[in-house]
Every structure is written in structure tokens, then in C-alpha cells.
Design a binder for this molecule. Sequence first.
Ligand SMILES: [Mg+2]
Length: 437
Amino acid sequence: MSDLLSTRSFPRAIVHFDGDSFFASVEQLMNHELRGKPVITGGERGAATSLSYEAKRMGAHRGMSMREIKKICPNAVIVSSDYLSYSIYARRMYAIVRSFTPDVEEYSIDECFADITGLRQKYHMPYEKITQMIQAKLLADLGLSFSAGLGPNKSLAKVASKFRKPAGFTSIPAKEAHLYLKDVWVGSVWGMGGSTSLYMQKLGINTALEFAQQDAHWLEVNKISKPYRDIWTELRGGFVKQLNTASDDSIGSIMKTQTFTPPSSDRAFILSQLARNIEGACMKARRHGVRGRTCSFYLKTQDFTYSGLSLELSLPLADPREFMRLIEAEFDRVFEEGILYRATGFTLRSITADHAIMNDLFGDSEKAEAKGKILTTLDILNHKFGSNTVHFASSFTARKDGDAHQEMRAKKSRPRINLSIEKRRKSLNIPYLGIVR
Ligand SMILES: [Mg+2]
């Protein structure tokens, strides 16, 4: 009987998952010291982008300036956005939901839609239970909580996920939609722009329910255009908005640069500087469980001109030796004898998560896997004894030089306690990120 009901209420069963305080939660997950504290992201723009519940409880909200926040929440920990890390967690979220159904739309960095129609037979449970099972899996595997909404279409699923935040679950069957929509302001419905909601108010429409209750004639008379007619249909329980299930596997890029003084025209020294950047970028990729297939490097001259090249591997890797081999072979296309250089840079691109990589036909990935064991050992040693305890010989010259500079800088720097977060931020340089919407 409950199966029958479920089928009638959900001719299509669409789920929406929305990360709770996603960026701030990822920060707390990555840094134990931030747990239980009011954490606010968006430090680089001076306004709050995401707030932990501890911060929200104190009255801080999104868009508030950091100055206002410090007034009402003096112990707030303000951090700069770390979109690379957020997007890596986003990819993991999509992958977990995809393990239940292939029909997943990566809607934003902390939201996705999933079509779970027909899964009741497979799991022998109603759609409500399936949704909660996925929600529990997200919490267990990621350590991040998501609010979940179930509806007969994307619009109602999105209304539903907003109902009980954080970590809540709401199901809106088509027949019960009116019970939920009566308290929803029409302007807060997904897809309703600011000007449309103003127009609605002019027409005397304040709630989503009042909009849904109008008839087709009313839509025509008031010249309601197609996108809003679609919303109207969905609020009434119909299914219009398809899921866009194309997956975007690129996460962004990881860049490392290093300036050296005095400038140098020594080929071996410059190559060594580049090796150091390559090692740094690859180490970071491994730490995040990602790999890159394409890369680019550049040399910056004394008079600030740049020259560089983009190169491609046959498969995504996070092994600096492979990138070094590739770059050494092409290095002289960029390097010119007698020119003074002052910086090198390396960027890892076409990044994919480790779990997204399929074994290739010729076993290249397996060979790379075997080679990767030494990198795992290296990462463990560096984690245990401090970064760069162990590194490759190719970057030795650069490190000898760089360490002296770092010591000099350390002497001038502020107390250590302020450094822990800032230092981490500075090493993240993300010029472009594909999936943030
Ligand atoms: Mg969210």
C-alpha cells in the first residue's frame, strides 16, 4: 500500500541535497582547531560567504561585512575562501550520490539534484527512506551534513530541502504541496528573480501557493513567460525541468610559483627552482586525492616578461617525476642562454579526483600506481617530520637557496599563532575554478 501511495505521489522522485554551511564546515573539517568555533569564510572579499552554525547563532549572517561581524562576534575566526578544497569535497559529494543513481545534476559547489525514480524496487524501501539513506551516507563518508528535500520535480525538491536546516529532511508529495507552499514567499522560489517577484507582488501574489493556484488564463493575461510558467507547473506537481547530468570532472588548477633573488641565468638552478614548484603542486594534489593530466610552466625574466609552455601527459598523475621528465625535454624551447630569470611557475591542470580515474587499456595506470608507492612513503615522512624533510634531488639546489630566504623572512614575521591559517592560504593559488556557480 505504501508502495502504491509512493508511486502516485511521486511519478518522478527528485531529490535535492544542500550542504549545511558548506564552506565553513569544510574549513572545520580540515582544521580541528576550528571545530566548535564561529568560523566565517570570505575573508579575502571582506564579507561573509559562509558561516558556521556557531557564528550564525551569534547573529552573524551571509553578506555581512567582516567589521560588523567582529563587533557582534569578536572571537570569530575569519578565513579566506579555499575553493579548491571546497570543490574537492563537492566532487566527493557528487560521487557518493552517484553511487545510488547515475542521474545526478551537479547543480553547485554544495548542491546536487538526483533522480531516484524506480529505485524503490532495488532498495525495497520508499523514496523517503532512500533519500534519508543517501543523506546518512553523505554525513558518514564526508563528515559534512546536508539538508535533503524530496519532491516530484526539481522545484519542489528545492523548496523541501530548505524546510528543515541543518541536516533535516522534508518530503513534499504533489498532493501535499499546498501545505508547504502557503508559507513560502514567492520570491524565494528557485528561479524567481528579484524583478519577477516584484511583478508578482504587483499582481497581488505573495506566497508560492498563491502563484501555484492561478490558472492558465491568468498566466496568459499577465504575460507570464516560459521559465516562470515552468515553475508554476512544477509548484503544481508537474515535471518540466530536466536534470542536467553531464559531469564536469575538472576541479580547477593547482599553481606554485617561486621568485628568487638575485636573478639567475644558470640553467640548472632555474630547472631546480621549477622542480621545487612541481614537487609542491604534486604534493598538494596527492594530499587532496587528485591528479592532473596537463600542466604548464613559465619562466619570468628580470624585466618581467613571461615565457612558457603547456604540456600533456597520457594519463592524470600526481607524480612530480613524470612532470619533470616532460618539462626537461621541452625546457630549452623556453629557456634562453644569457637571460636573467627571477621566477618560475608551475600549474597542474585538467584535475580529476583519484576515484574518478578508470584503468586504461594498456595498464599505464597500474605502472604509475606501482611507482606511486614511493610517493606515499615520502608523503608519510614529510607529514611526520615536517614538510620537505624528504624531497627529490632535482630541487635540491633550489631548496638550499630558498631555505636561507625563508629563515630571513621568518625572523621578520609576526608571532606564530597568527601564521598557521595565513600560511596555508598563501600556498593556495587558484586562478580559475570551473565549477563554482
Ligand atoms: Mg548550502
